[in-house]
Write a protein that binds this ligand. Structure first.
Ligand code: FES
Length: 123
């Protein structure tokens, strides 16, 4: 069902885990399957200096979260918000069609984390 590249990334994600001292956390649930995603961000000079994710989710959710983290690290908050689930799927290369909805989870959690950060900082 999944190609090798996806399974390898699932076995060794680069951004999995909690981020101590995170500036903001975004948490969302997937109404279709009940899975949960949490994204932690650290922001410096308007850019995402560090990012991690924790999830109770499927292979697609884990892999797309990991790729999303890689894609947004070092980007400004505005740039990070513009990255879509489709961009992540494109970067992954191949994901089963029935699993595309799972890739939206990380996106939503990131947007929530950025929203929380802005609210805290009032920016
Ligand atoms: Fe729940 Fe993929 S099936 S996130």
């Amino acid at each position: 069902m999944y190609v090798d590249k996806v399974l390898k990334r699932f076995q060794k994600p680069k951004f999995a885990g909690e981020l101590k001292g995170a500036d903001a956390i975004g948490e969302v649930g997937n109404v279709r399957c009940g899975d949960i995603m949490r994204i932690y961000i650290k922001v410096k000079a308007g850019k995402i200096a560090d990012i991690r994710f924790k999830t109770y989710g499927c292979v697609a959710a884990i892999v797309s979260s990991d790729y999303l983290c890689e894609m947004v690290k070092g980007k400004t908050l505005e740039e990070a918000e513009k990255i879509t689930a489709q961009d992540v799927v494109k970067k992954i290369g191949e994901i089963p069609l029935v699993k595309v909805h799972c890739s939206v989870l990380a996106q939503d959690a990131l947007k929530k984390a950025i929203g929380e950060y802005r609210k805290k900082k009032q920016i």
